[in-house]
Ligand binder design. Structure first.
Ligand SMILES: NC(=O)c1ccc[n+]([C@@H]2O[C@H](COP(=O)([O-])OP(=O)(O)OC[C@H]3O[C@@H](n4cnc5c(N)ncnc54)[C@H](O)[C@@H]3O)[C@@H](O)[C@H]2O)c1
Length: 384
């Protein structure tokens, strides 16, 4: 097989963006042979912009049944990610699934079970893992040279969105259509990076404010506290209404501190382990010697095209993925724990009762707002 024949399911904002990057030749190992979308307008658009031999479908499952692709890219609203992934794997397709892995972990667990039974490639679109700065943070923290984590702080409020964005799709920012707000739409990237770099917390306490800044029923402002197995603590803050927003990710460790902000990674490295220094220093106000340097990276930040290339590479040559599909459950576990904590107004231990989460989600779905989308498709360039 020289090229992987890819079917894109959902040619809305993100599906269109993926199609464009393949058409621009950024991923020569992929050829889009089929597209599916429920909206006639999107199929009409695709027909105008794609070769005549492309196969078009109005439903993702029909595209899968047609057997005209080796792999599918699932870019539809989140609730359907697990069901379409399971169906595609069962029909012998490789799957690249958009983030988040799903809306609740019970459905994602079933998806992971299907992936484990299948011999097909299953990958998750965690494009931010391709960012050289986050890759470097992952390497430095998991490599252990800076010692144990003591504190994690991530304020990521640069996900600014207008009311027009929320009004564009009927599914957006509703419990029944999307299953959450900023935690489920914008933050799956941050949730994944947080667990990829720092591991999973064992306790979460969160405060989610629904429709605080926009006319929506789901959260657009969140502050969460986390505790890790070694006693380290963390705070995660996000919003879609801070202008200008901030994106500062800080990890304090025994041997120093990493600070990622404004596309730079600074390392504040201590001359000795703070735990030893604290116990042995003679002066009451002594502080460990510290040098500050900007960390060099390889400068490579391929984003979505990088994930697509790695997906094709795994299928064609068995080379590594950017993110294995089964890892998607970790970030979702984090955001589900934050939602559940806020809904029940108490601390949540991780792992939590997945059925309780689903019951609580379903209560909100039962009275979820029904709305018409304006149907506007935005250029998503630079928004992830
Ligand atoms: N990785 C990223 O950076 C990134 C960025 C934006 C969106 N996303 C993800 O992509 C997904 C889609 O988001 P979007 O903004 O493109 O939404 P969108 O509403 O613009 O597009 C989704 C499209 O899917 C179609 N669709 C829905 N169900 C279908 C089905 N069963 N079969 C065929 N077509 C179907 C809809 O008609 C719609 O055109 C979401 O899960 C979102 O989280 C990822």
């Amino acid at each position: 097989m020289e090229k992987v024949r890819l079917g894109i399911i959902g040619i809305g904002n993100m599906g269109t963006n993926h199609l464009k990057s393949i058409q621009e030749g950024k991923v020569p190992e992929l050829e889009v042979t089929a597209v599916a979308d429920r909206e006639e307008g999107r199929i009409a658009w695709a027909k105008e912009h794609m070769p005549a031999e492309t196969a078009f479908f109005s439903e993702g499952t029909d595209l899968i049944d047609a057997g005209v692709c080796d792999a599918v890219l699932i870019a539809v609203p989140h609730y359907q990610h697990p069901e379409l992934t399971i169906y595609a794997l069962e029909q012998g397709h490789h799957v690249l699934c958009e983030k988040p892995a799903g809306v609740y972990t019970a459905q994602v667990r079933k998806m992971n079970e299907a992936a484990e039974k299948s011999d097909r490639v299953f990958a998750m679109m965690f494009n931010q893992r391709t960012n050289c700065i986050y890759r470097k943070m992952h390497e430095l923290v998991t490599g252990g040279e800076l010692g144990e984590i003591k504190r994690v702080n991530w304020i990521v409020t640069d996900w600014y969105r207008t009311q027009s964005y929320y009004d564009s799709g009927s599914w957006r920012a509703t419990w029944d259509g999307e299953g959450g707000g900023v935690l489920l739409n914008q933050c799956p990237h941050n949730m994944d990076l947080l667990q990829w770099i720092c591991g999973m917390p064992v306790k979460v306490r969160a405060f989610c404010h629904n429709g605080k800044w926009h006319d929506i029923e789901v959260e657009d402002d969140v502050t969460a506290y986390m505790e890790y197995p070694n006693g380290a603590t963390g705070v995660f803050v996000t919003s879609t209404a801070d202008a200008p927003g901030t994106n500062r990710f800080e990890i304090t460790m025994e041997m120093g501190k990493l600070v990622c902000e404004n596309d730079r990674l600074m390392l504040h490295r201590l001359a000795e382990n703070e735990r030893t220094f604290c116990k042995t220093a003679k002066g009451g106000f002594d502080t460990p010697e510290c040098t500050v340097t900007e960390v060099e990276t390889d400068g490579i930040n391929e984003q979505h095209a990088g994930v697509l290339k790695a997906f094709a590479g795994r299928i064609l040559k068995g080379t590594p993925l950017v993110a294995d599909g089964v890892e998607g459950i970790n970030g979702l576990t984090l955001s589900n724990a934050m939602h559940l904590s806020s809904w029940l107004d108490r601390e949540i231990e991780v792992p939590f009762d997945e059925n309780l989460f689903l019951e609580e989600l379903n209560k909100r779905r039962a009275s979820s707002r029904k709305k018409e989308g304006t149907g506007v498709v935005f250029d998503t360039e630079g928004s992830y």
